[in-house]
Each structure stands twice: as C-alpha cells, then as structure tokens.
Design a protein around this ligand. Structure first.
Ligand code: HEM
Length: 205
C-alpha cells in the first residue's frame, strides 16, 4: 500500500523508509526469526558437541580421515556462532519486548524474563570465550585451551535451559521432542567422552 503511494508520488522517501523500518521492528517477523533460530541453534550446538566428541575418539578411515571430522566440528561451530548472533540481534531489534544489546552479555540485569534471558547470556558469553580461545589455540597451549573448551558442555546445558524456560514453543510436542533428542545425544556423547578419558588416563599412568 505505502509502496504504491510512494510510486504515485504521494509519499516521501523518508515516510517509506520509516514505514518499512516499523514493519520490520514491530511486526511478528523478528519474533518468528528469533524463535526459529533458537531451535536450530540448539540442534546445531548439539551436533557440534557430538562431532567434537567423535573427533577426540581418534577414529578415522582412509575415506573419512580424522581431520575431516575436526573440520566439520569447526565449521558447524562457526555456523552456530553466526546463528547465535542472528538469534540475539532479532531479540534486540524487535521493539515488542525491551531487550537491550547488553542483556545478551551481562546476565540477570534485563527487565524481560531476567532469569531465563540471563541463562542465554551466560551461554553466549561462554561460547564467545570458547571461540576466541579456539582461534588462539596455538598461543594458549593445549591444556589451557582444553580447560576452557570443556565449558562448552555447560554452555550447551545452560542454553537448553534458557530455551525451555523462555521459549513460546518449548512446551509444544515438536520442540519438546527436538530438545529431548538433543539431550539424549549430548548425554551419550558425554558418556563416550568420559569412557575415552578414563582410558587415556590409564594409558598415561
Ligand atoms: C547458546 C545460547 C542460546 C541458545 C541455545 C538459545 C536457544 C533458544 C531457544 C531454543 C529458544 C526457544 C524458541 C521458542 O520455543 O520460541 C530461545 C528463545 C529466546 N531466546 Fe535464546 N538462546 C540462546 C541465547 C540467547 C541470548 C543471549 C538471548 C539474548 C538476547 C536470547 C534471547 C531469546 C529470546 C528473547 C527468546 C524468546 C522467544 C520467544 O518469545 O519465544 N537467547 N532461545
């Protein structure tokens, strides 16, 4: 409608821009985008954790060498990080709720669902630190890098709790099903990791 008025010359470019801005920041689009990215984010983080554990098992074949598993883990993690930025941006830009950019970094100080949002902020902070330290891995040394990297399990759990607590769709059968599958996959990955870790320790002793 406003586009037609603009074409007819009855609306100024400024008014057209203001109208488009309002429909983006006040309509439901950003809310849907925020919810959608949240669910895909949990699935991607789960995949990243599972493939990360697989890469520590040191399994590889000529057709699928170990470095391919590591590259997959790294790339999925980077896609998840980009999606996390979109997830946060859609929440912040959406004017329907009052979420400031710093609410995504400083936990428990925002006015909107402070507790559940705070859990998301904790997950965000840890994931940011994990990514930065992974990029600086060769400067940090293996022990230091690994000590930080294991925090990913905690970030994943806190992120899942955030989604369950704050999500509009978290009680629907489809989202509860996705969450349950993700919890099952990460639990299995943890069990495998703990088994290989105690095997590594026995070999080292
Ligand atoms: C690793 C970190 C995070 C994960 C895994 C995650 C995941 C999710 C999931 C699964 C949902 C539920 C979607 C739904 O059912 O509607 C959700 C909702 C939401 N998230 Fe996140 N999130 C994370 C971080 C953040 C951060 C840092 C913010 C801060 C801006 C944020 C803001 C929101 C908001 C406002 C909703 C509510 C959407 C609604 O109204 O349903 N999230 N998140």
């Amino acid at each position: 409608m406003i586009a037609q008025q603009f074409a007819a010359g009855t609306v100024s470019p400024g008014a057209l821009q203001a109208s488009m801005h309002a429909s983006l920041t006040q309509g439901p689009f950003l809310w849907y985008a925020n919810r959608g990215t949240g669910v895909v984010l949990v699935a991607l983080l789960t995949l990243s954790v599972a493939i990360g554990v697989l890469s520590t098992v040191r399994a590889g074949t000529p057709a699928w060498p170990r470095f391919a598993t590591q590259a997959l883990h790294r790339n999925i993690s980077l896609i998840a990080a980009a999606l996390l930025v979109v997830h946060v941006a859609t929440a912040v830009v959406d004017t329907f709720v009052d979420i400031r950019w710093y609410d995504a970094i400083i936990p428990f100080r925002g006015s909107y669902k402070s507790y559940w949002l705070g859990l998301g902020a904790i997950a965000f902070d840890i994931i940011a630190v994990v990514i930065i330290t992974s990029l600086l891995r060769y400067r940090l040394g293996h022990r230091g890098w690994r000590g930080i990297h294991v925090l990913t399990y905690f970030a994943w759990g806190v992120g899942v709790f955030h989604g369950i607590g704050i999500g509009t769709d978290s009680t629907t059968a489809w989202e509860a099903g996705i969450t349950a599958v993700c919890i099952g996959v990460v639990t299995l990955a943890l069990v495998i990791r703990m088994a290989t870790w105690s095997h590594e320790r026995r070999l080292a002793a």
